[in-house]
Write a protein that binds this ligand. Structure first.
Ligand code: BTN
Length: 265
């Protein structure tokens, strides 16, 4: 168990969040299947924007591409937020980039570490994964009905299952000290809300340069696996819709999804 905050104290979390929307309603569980599943159910029952679902332990935590998300209880942050953006469905490709930038800023603020973005929605420290984002949306005729933003941050866990250990890290492993989960979660909620408000007013155009300034993928050779096919190329940038632009042997490819491996620098 973590010596700083064994069971997340949601009353303490709400301190200094006065008047803010993100975290104004908190559903906290010791054990749940997946905070994303719960947040989707709540969103379907008209939960308001900013509703937070937090769990110490997920029995069926979900990662991207049908993978599982495993995290030790009491040591990490596993939570989901309900959003109701008035945006067209194409925003589903941009919202993970927004979340990645906001979470990276919060981690840097709380730890002093440097956080990199890996497309589409991973956060790396020193080249290893420290956080992941899983966005699930529901559409209505005119656009998005709701979006659930699921975020897992490796905070104070320092050992990982053998298969992911070479590629995974945590804030504690990198900073060399325990990180207070409440302070971190509060900061994440604040940066997510500030950036979200800005996007709703001004759109996403400021976001792409912010994301690009945090990635080490530019001009690197990568391979992207997508539904059983693999495309390799050099990363050239992001499209205004949040797709990855690759130079694949002289042909420009625009990719909206996939699993990226960085091949060479
Ligand atoms: C990934 O990197 O593959 C995305 C991981 C997202 C994990 C979080 S943990 C909280 C929320 N609930 C889930 O079931 N998944 C997300």
């Amino acid at each position: 168990m973590n010596s700083i905050s064994p069971l997340l104290d949601t009353a303490a979390l709400k301190k200094n969040l006065n008047g803010r929307k993100f975290g104004s309603k908190v559903f906290a569980f010791d054990t749940i299947d997946s905070t994303n599943n719960c947040a989707r159910a709540l969103a379907g029952c008209w939960a308001e924007e900013g509703t937070l679902v937090f769990a110490e332990r997920q029995t069926a935590g979900k990662g991207r591409l049908g993978r599982s998300w495993l995290a030790n209880p009491y040591e990490n942050l596993t939570f989901s937020l309900v959003l109701r953006p008035t945006l067209p469905p194409v925003a589903l490709n941009l919202l993970p980039l927004y979340a990645a930038v906001a979470v990276a800023e919060a981690i840097e603020h709380e730890t002093g570490l440097s956080v990199e973005c890996k497309w589409p929605n991973d956060l790396l420290i020193g080249g290893k994964k420290s956080a992941g984002i899983l966005l699930e949306g529901s559409l209505k005729e005119e656009g998005l009905d709701y979006v659930v933003l699921g975020i897992g941050v490796n905070v104070n866990q320092t050992s990982f299952p053998d298969d992911i250990s070479p590629r995974a890290t945590s804030l504690k492993a990198e900073a060399g000290r325990d990180i207070d989960r409440i302070l971190l979660l509060r900061e994440i909620l604040k940066t997510l809300e500030t950036r979200y408000t800005s996007i709703m007013k001004k759109g996403f155009h400021n976001l792409i340069p912010l994301w690009l300034s945090r990635t080490t993928m530019l001009n690197k050779e990568i391979s992207v696996s997508q539904d059983g096919t693999v495309i390799s190329g050099i990363v050239k940038g992001l499209s205004p819709e949040g797709a990855l632009i690759l130079d694949a042997g002289g042909t420009e490819k625009t990719l909206f999804a996939g699993d990226v491996t960085i091949l060479a620098s």
